[in-house]
Design a protein around this ligand. Structure first.
Ligand code: JEK
Length: 239
């Protein structure tokens, strides 16, 4: 899997060299390439923004640098196997199932906007050439797309076959199909007693049936408490 990042702050992606994703890069599972959008400007100030047509606050990212960067990084041929991701407040909420779908992609290009966003013709052009995803991390405002690109990268790469040492653990995670769409149960490890707080006895019983039942009950309780929106979904085991 090749991952490209287009941004006016490409150093954001240096962190990928030290994290788990860095290990995947070392063992050849993923290739990471960060690019400075300003490398595709031609004026002395390396300008990437301009005032919004129709008025309004802030600045909008000009289309020209994006188009020239696409030509060089992706090419000028249409290819639906190339996934181009535009993080945006107006995007579709990014989910675990979206991460799972993207984990089989061979090429993902993250377009990290800043200011008030990117000229929409950039997205329209990308849609005419590749498979485009306009996504949002959630209902809160960030200053640009870089943090979202990092989060999406981690969610996707950890699902790439061969990345996780113990793929079985993926099945038990929150939001995964194996968890019935429920939140994960609380986790404990040694010491059994810590600052007057004890590990629930059932977890030390060695009785696998009771442990499974306790974990399920805890997942249902937590999901009802924190994510009632998940309790009505078909995939959750509770209705
Ligand atoms: N993923 C994700 C995100 C982002 C995100 C992603 C990408 C960019 C590029 C630029 N920004 C900054 C910004 C901030 C506020 C606004 C709102 N509009 C302003 C103009 C008038 C209308 C309203 C726009 C753009 C971004 C933010 N925020 N939150 C997420 N979950």
């Amino acid at each position: 899997m090749r991952l490209d990042y287009l941004s006016i702050f490409p150093a954001y992606f240096d962190v990928l060299d030290i994290s788990l994703v860095g290990k995947a890069a070392i063992n050849g599972l993923v290739e990471i390439h960060a690019h400075d959008l300003r490398d595709w400007t031609h004026d002395r100030h390396r300008t990437v923004d301009d005032t919004p047509c129709g008025g309004g606050a802030g600045m909008v990212m000009k289309p020209d640098p994006w188009g020239e960067a696409f030509d060089e990084i992706i090419g000028t041929e249409s290819d639906p196997s190339v996934h181009v991701i535009f993080p945006a407040p107006s995007g579709t909420p990014f989910t675990q199932s979206a991460a799972a779908e993207l984990s089989s992609a061979q090429r993902i290009v993250f377009c990290c906007g800043r200011y008030e966003g990117i000229d929409h013709r950039v997205i329209d052009y990308a849609r005419s050439m590749w498979t485009v995803h306009e996504v949002s991390l959630g209902d809160y405002v960030l200053n640009g797309g870089e943090v979202a690109a990092l989060a999406i990268t981690e969610a996707v790469v950890r699902l790439v076959p061969g990345f996780m040492g113990n793929p079985e653990s993926l099945a038990e995670e929150s939001f995964s199909a194996g968890q019935d769409g429920l939140l994960e149960y609380p986790l404990f490890t040694r010491p059994v007693s810590w600052r007057g707080l004890d590990v629930p006895e059932v977890l030390m019983s060695g009785h696998h049936g009771r442990i499974a039942s306790w974990r399920r009950d805890e997942s249902v309780r937590l999901t009802r408490e924190r994510r009632p929106d998940l309790t009505d979904s078909d995939s959750s085991g509770i209705h």
